[in-house]
Design a protein around this ligand. Structure first.
Ligand code: UTP
Length: 475
């Protein structure tokens, strides 16, 4: 019988082992394995193996030549131009009223560190109501739509592993009050893991070890899924990008959008000043007239610690994964060509697999390499990239780990601090500890207020004002 063409391709590429157990599989399993295999771009895998794995011994690492800190727009309270910020905010508001903006959440990660069973967006985070992450974003997006009298479209990138569960979660919750016709889910791409000698790893006898291609895969996936065409038909040219794990994020920030549009930028990003020199964040830098993000692991410690004449850290601008993207820029990056392609990075991992007999093996140490793209690698390709400052307390408190740093507890505390700041700024009396955390639990629904402006407006209208006591929920 003639060999299946996919099997032949794999044989020719030196990957015949992928089908070593093929004859033992049921017809359904065979079809599944062939489908997995059909997803693989063998030439790409081979090229990545050669450039990132085979050659990496003694590789030069990241090029630091000519690296300098990236300029950024300081907030007015830190000496930035208050007039320019006000103009940016007005421009952003105008774009929102004109329906030019959509929200975009990347939710295709595996969330291994949190160790939660289910799509990360379904993880409960708010202090009183235990609202899941998706619920918080949905309410912020809905509230912004009401404020600017233009309901927003929301694009959500999922993975193969969590796509169905994510859709069911939204359906079960009636889309949290959003118009389902404006909420769009699409899957990101997958990449096969390879062993240190370049062989594509089998996860079981009938499946490949495939995993999401990184948040940078979102650019390709936006294009492939038809999201960009949909945006174009709807007159949307600006995407507000944020991660699924950060409930503090201003999903829709008029000032950020306005800076992006007024500067005719293709990609605009938020920075926070690093909390301390060695903080494990990406650093916004300039190199050869381009904006780049250099990961902490690639920036020599001496540079991370370098200070300027005023005593401030020189490489101070930490990336918090909040960006605004121009639609046609995404299309260009997705198409590749002219060198405008996101590079892949390698991550060495313990990848469950099978041995020569087909028995499952759980490796004790890294046995293979996964390939991922990072969205911030698009920055050097963007025309007029802009970086603006934001206050960490107003934009960033991710849930990454089960405990300790960036955990549900630190995120809960940061939300409480934010609610308390909004209340205090509007004249309410809230007792807090030295860190600004109230000693009671309160919660503000994004539908009441989702940033300081909307909160102030809603609070002003409240009559009589409630006492700020334990359990207060403003909705
Ligand atoms: P992280 O880098 O925190 O990765 O993702 P993760 O997979 O969620 O978590 P760990 O490392 O396994 O614990 C940052 C953001 O990028 C998204 C995540 O969903 C999160 O919003 N992401 C990451 C994707 O959408 N796809 C990916 O392939 C990777």
């Amino acid at each position: 019988m003639a060999q299946h063409p996919i099997i032949e391709l794999f044989e020719r590429a030196g990957q015949a082992h992928v089908f070593a157990f093929f004859d033992r599989l049921s017809p359904v399993e065979q079809t599944q394995l062939l489908a997995d295999a059909a997803e693989v771009d063998l030439a790409e895998v081979s090229q990545l193996y050669r450039s990132l794995v085979a050659k990496s011994e003694g590789a030069a690492g990241v090029n630091l030549a000519g690296l300098a800190p990236a300029p950024y727009e300081k907030r007015p309270e830190h000496g930035g131009d208050a007039e320019a910020w006000a103009q940016a905010k007005s421009a952003g508001e105008l774009a929102l009223r004109g329906g030019r903006v959509a929200a975009f959440t990347v939710a295709g990660g595996q969330g291994t560190r949190l160790g939660y069973d289910g799509p990360k967006g379904t993880f409960p985070v708010t202090p009183l109501k235990r609202k899941p992450l998706f619920h918080v974003f949905a309410e912020k997006i809905r509230a912004a739509g009401l404020r600017y009298e233009r309901p927003l479209h929301w694009f959500i990138m999922t993975s193969h592993a969590n796509h169905a569960a994510t859709e069911v979660f939204f359906a079960d919750n009636a889309c949290f009050g959003l118009d389902p016709a404006r909420v769009h889910f699409f899957r990101q791409g997958r990449m096969p893991a390879v062993s240190l000698d370049g062989k594509i790893i089998l996860e079981t006898t009938g499946s490949l070890a495939l995993s999401p291609d990184g948040h940078g895969g979102s650019l390709r996936a936006l294009d492939r899924s038809g999201a960009l065409d949909l945006m174009q038909r709807e007159g949307i040219d600006t995407l507000s990008y944020f991660q699924v794990d950060n409930p503090l994020v201003r999903c829709i920030d008029p000032a950020l959008i306005g800076w992006h549009l007024l500067r005719d930028s293709e990609m605009t990003s938020k920075m926070v000043p690093k909390a301390y020199a060695e903080e494990k964040v990406g650093h916004f830098c300039s190199q050869g007239g381009k904006t780049v993000v250099v990961e902490y692991s690639d920036l020599p410690m001496a540079m991370q610690r370098e200070t300027a004449a005023n005593g401030e850290l020189r490489y101070i601008a930490g990336s918090i994964a909040i960006h605004v993207l121009d639609r046609e820029f995404v299309r260009r990056m997705a198409a590749g060509g002219d060198g405008a392609t996101l590079p892949f990075h390698r991550a060495d991992k313990k990848i469950p697999t099978v041995d020569a007999d087909g028995t499952s093996v759980k490796p004790e140490k890294a046995n293979g390499v996964k390939f991922e793209m990072f969205v911030f690698d698009a920055l050097p390709f963007a025309k007029n990239a802009v970086v603006i400052e934001t206050l960490r307390a107003d934009d960033f408190s991710p849930v990454k780990n089960g405990e300790g740093l960036d955990s549900p507890q630190t995120c809960r505390d940061d939300q409480l601090r934010q609610f308390s700041r909004w209340l205090t700024a509007n004249g309410a009396n809230v007792a807090t500890d030295a860190s600004g955390r109230p000693n009671i639990a309160v919660e503000v629904s994004p539908l009441f207020g989702y940033d300081e402006d909307s909160f102030a407006d809603a609070w002003e209208k409240l009559s009589p004002k409630p006492d700020v006591v334990d359990g207060l929920y403003l909705s």
